[in-house]
Design a protein around this ligand. Structure first.
Ligand SMILES: Cc1cc2nc3c(=O)[nH]c(=O)nc-3n(C[C@H](O)[C@H](O)[C@H](O)COP(=O)(O)O)c2cc1C
Length: 175
């Protein structure tokens, strides 16, 4: 396997858990995206960037957006970590939202994360409660997959992280 680096941004630990599993499986170096500098990252052949999904955005993806021209010849993959169960249509819509212009075509994988309202910051918990209230007013038959997950997770502590979600990414970097 070529020389690689894992960059991750994780607020509550789920993406970090995947980054640690990836490090274990690949032997790649691993660093928080916020601490990464492009002069170091450009020395690697493979770059794996992971981030939690927050209001449909991927944490830390701005690093790639900023430096994509420098990294254009590298093997790049993104793994995003969200609370929703995988759903092809939602994933594709999320992809179109995040991977515009120079990021178009970058390979992205989905790993299911965790949900722990007790651990959330006050502002995150307030935002989630507002969202949950809005969704709860809808007819459950019309829920989107992420809305279903949000309502089911209400007041709960859930951890859906599993190593199996990394298999497609591990196969991709072996190609
Ligand atoms: C304010 C807020 C917004 C969120 N928005 C989404 C979302 O749009 N889609 C999703 O699947 N999960 C969403 N989540 C859940 C997180 O993506 C999930 O908890 C994930 O495991 C976070 O990863 P991290 O702990 O590595 O940051 C949200 C969580 C919070 C607190």
């Amino acid at each position: 396997m070529s020389k690689g680096i894992i960059l991750y941004q994780s607020k509550y630990g789920a993406t970090k858990k995947y980054a640690d599993w990836l490090k274990e499986a690949t032997g790649f170096d691993c660093i928080e995206t916020k601490k990464a500098d492009i002069q170091t990252v450009r020395n690697y052949d493979t770059i794996l960037l992971g981030g939690g999904v927050y209001a449909s955005g991927i944490a830390g993806l701005s690093f790639l957006r900023k430096h994509i021209a420098t990294l254009k010849d590298k093997k790049i993959a993104v793994f995003c970590v969200g609370a929703s169960p995988y759903d092809k249509t939602s994933f594709e819509a999320g992809y179109r939202h995040n991977f515009k212009d120079a990021l178009e075509g970058i390979t992205c994988f989905y790993c299911r994360g965790a949900w722990n309202e007790a651990a959330m910051s006050f502002s995150d918990r307030t935002l989630c409660k507002l969202l949950q209230k809005a969704v709860a007013k809808k007819n459950p038959a019309d829920y989107e997959p992420w809305e279903q997950a949000l309502v089911s997770a209400m007041g709960q502590s859930c951890d859906w992280t599993e190593k199996k979600y990394l298999e497609p990414l591990l196969n991709y970097i072996k190609e």
